[in-house]
Design a protein around this ligand. Structure first.
Ligand code: SF4
Length: 451
């Protein structure tokens, strides 16, 4: 069991990136050469990881920070699928023949906003246009409140073998305060349907820091969730950013927990989950000890990208739909966040790229080091020096020296040949990775707190 030191959390709880990319998204620019961004794919040979953003939701959860469109007009999804299919057709000639899909993910919004017929239609399209590895991992996010068994049948027919469901909190007072009512029966039905359909692997998302939550109420929620027996759990800290998401202002009148109460919740999250068979992967993620994510971390093959932690590295992420972010070995590009801009670009036969970045050699080097800290919890100086043809210890002497106070606080060990994150340091991997981030001093970005 990991017992977090609350004094250290107070000390190191500062704004910092989540490092789903490096450089991080605030450093993507609309001035980056779009033709050069689109052309990056042409020289790649790796397997593909496909991402499809389905932005629609039937009602607004007041805490939500996602890029979504609230609507009940189902035909909007037909039109949107038309656009995504056109975007894929525009992009496909860039991909060398023979490259196969190793990973696929539907995010949102709500992927099961699509009707079963719409899922079937899109499934036929993607299977006609991409070749999949037999062991490919295909996953989707699901909203249990609007999920039916027919949705699951369609997703299963597509090849989906992993699901992720938002639960957030099972306490009814919290659910009413955030405008998301979701019964225990609804959660249990969804999990049973997934298991019956042969999709046994399920991740559940919770959020702490919501109105009406107390450390005691959240402890009850955690024990309740343990009874659902998910393979993975993501327990996110609620990010209150009403200047970006105005609907969040509603929550200010509903008793948001104090920072001290949130700290106590975090302590309960880590102790209760690690005491009940879950491995603390890092950041907000927990996985059963026999889950692929936990095994990948032990084998040092864990990766991190825009979908969080992943077991598949070395893939090109080809993302489609509004706001989605693609990643090649030397670039990131993001589509327009506004559906009108996205639709106009695609309809005109243009790539809907809003902004991006082409990576320098230094970016590639620092990304590798930052991802090693975030995923493998160590930096092996000898291995990384050999891999990059550079003396890591002397190149990053200032960064390594700046970590000394964290070593004194027991968050890491600085040995002659490696930097090792300690168990206590897992809570602070963002702070440790920040020592290798060249862009932090630019002041361009505003990040959430590291804990
Ligand atoms: S939390 Fe999920 S279901 Fe709720 S509004 Fe946001 S994207 Fe939609």
């Amino acid at each position: 069991m990991l017992i977090p030191d609350l004094n250290l959390i107070r000390k190191y709880n500062q704004p910092g990136p989540r490092y789903t990319s490096y450089p991080t998204a605030p450093h993507f620019s609309a001035d980056t050469d779009q033709a050069a961004l689109a052309a990056q794919t042409e020289t790649e040979d790796s397997d593909l990881s496909l991402y499809f953003h389905i932005p629609f939701c039937r009602s607004l959860c007041w805490f939500c920070g996602c890029t979504k469109i609230i609507t009940t007009q189902q035909d909007k999804a037909d039109h949107y699928l038309d656009l995504m299919e056109k975007e894929i057709e525009l992009f496909l000639p860039r991909i060398k023949p023979g490259r196969k899909v190793q990973q696929l993910h539907f995010g949102g919004g709500t992927p099961n906003y699509l009707t079963p017929a719409q899922i079937d239609r899109f499934s036929t399209f993607i299977h006609n246009h991409f070749e999949f590895h037999p062991d490919a991992e295909l996953s989707t996010e699901l909203d249990p409140r609007t999920l039916t068994q027919d949705h699951i049948t369609s997703f299963r027919n597509m090849g989906i073998n992993r699901a992720s469901m938002g639960v957030q909190d099972i306490n009814i007072d919290v659910q009413e305060a955030v405008h998301r009512i979701q019964s225990d029966e609804c959660n249990r039905n969804a999990l049973q349907w997934l298991r019956d359909a042969g999709i046994p692997s399920c991740n559940l998302d919770l959020i702490y820091g919501l109105p009406k939550q107390t450390p005691e109420s959240f402890e009850q929620t955690l024990h309740h969730i343990l009874d659902y027996a998910p393979d993975r759990l993501a327990v996110f800290s609620y990010a209150h950013v009403p200047w970006i998401m105005p609907a969040q202002k509603i929550l200010e009148e509903k008793n948001l927990p104090t920072p001290e109460a949130k700290l106590k919740m975090l302590e309960k999250i880590i102790t209760i989950l690690t005491d009940n068979g879950y491995h603390y992967v890092g950041m907000d993620h927990f996985a059963r000890h026999d889950d692929k994510l936990a095994i990948a971390q032990k084998n040092k093959s864990l990766q991190r990208n825009f979908q969080g932690y992943s077991t598949h590295g070395g893939v090109e992420i080809c993302a489609f739909g509004m706001s989605s972010i693609s990643q090649t070995s030397r670039s990131y590009r993001q589509n327009f966040k506004d559906i009108t801009d996205y639709g106009q670009a695609v309809t005109a036969g243009n790539y809907p790229i809003d902004r991006g970045i082409l990576l320098t050699d230094e970016d590639v080097l620092r990304r590798d080091l930052i991802m090693a800290i975030m995923c493998q919890l160590e930096l092996d100086y000898t291995a990384k020096s050999a891999q990059h043809g550079i003396d890591i210890k002397s190149h990053f002497a200032d960064s390594i020296t700046s970590l000394k106070p964290m070593e004194d606080d027991g968050l890491l060990e600085l040995n002659d040949d490696a930097l090792q994150v300690t168990d206590q340091g897992r809570l602070f991997i963002r702070n440790i990775a920040m020592a290798f981030d060249q862009y932090l001093t630019s002041g361009k970005a505003k990040f959430s707190k590291t804990i």
